[in-house]
Design a binder for this molecule. Sequence first.
Ligand SMILES: *[C@@H]1O[C@H](CO)[C@@H](O)[C@H](O)[C@H]1NC(C)=O
Length: 310
Amino acid sequence: MLLLLLLLPMSGLVTEAFFGSNCQDRQSKPCTRGCSVGLERHFNGVTNRVLPGHGYRNLTVVSRVLCGRECLMDDRCFSFHYSKGERRCELNGATASRYPMAVTERAATDYYGPEEARFAELLTNANEVPISLTDCWYHTHSSAASECRRTGQHLCLPWELDHASKEGYPATPPSWYADTDSQAVLTETGVTYHDLPLTAQSPGLCCSLPMTYRDPVITPKSYELADRAGQASGCSDLAAHPCSLAELKEAYDRSYVSGYWLYFEIPNREATVAGCNPMYHYGNECYEGTIANTPRPYAYAQVYCCRNRA
Ligand SMILES: *[C@@H]1O[C@H](CO)[C@@H](O)[C@H](O)[C@H]1NC(C)=O
């Protein structure tokens, strides 16, 4: 497969208008590239690749440099396609790093975006790219989480970030992930975490199924016993739902073990996934001989979440 990375320096073309924007979160104002500090100077190209479904305008221009210039002059533009033969310049309202799974091969059309060259390598080596970086930057964890949900994803969990980093996901700016009280930065050497307070808006790191979990995932936060909506939304941020007893048993049968007493699907009960102790857990406190669960729960706990099945 022919892979050719092209670097187009765009400095010179940048105007003040792209900096110092006062963008709001998506809820209050549509996202524009001005929200995403750092997209302005270079476009990296990936030959014979396109990001379908996000083009909003076609132009005819004589070179890819002019196409890049058109993109820079339009605040809605995050990336572009250039077809040399037709001199067609298609402006896109999103980037490949936001929709890595959507990128497809197309002869004679090249994708240009703000991604680092290493990201382009990931795309062209036919790897699954399991995480994506939002194009817009957000002031809050919850608005970043809702942008992930919009595409059926969830804010990445620490182990997912570690995994992505080992798979060669390139460096990111400080970004929202599943922990509400800190931000993650992917670097060449691994993932580092920074506590808030945060002074600037930041992109979110969204993770996709199916890279993720066969096993239950535990919400990063604890909830009050009566806060069923909070428990459900904590799971929903992980593209999951509070596990049923049957799902916990299925996980245990696959040799998942967790000794924590946590909330799950049934209100006012807690479960562990570590087998039943026949001294304490029998009858309806021991589901099918494996999942101990009790009607005497703590007032405050995390939740076992199971992935939503397609
Ligand atoms: C631009 O032209 C290509 C080729 O004709 C087409 O596939 C694409 O949908 C067009 N994009 C827009 C935004 O009209």
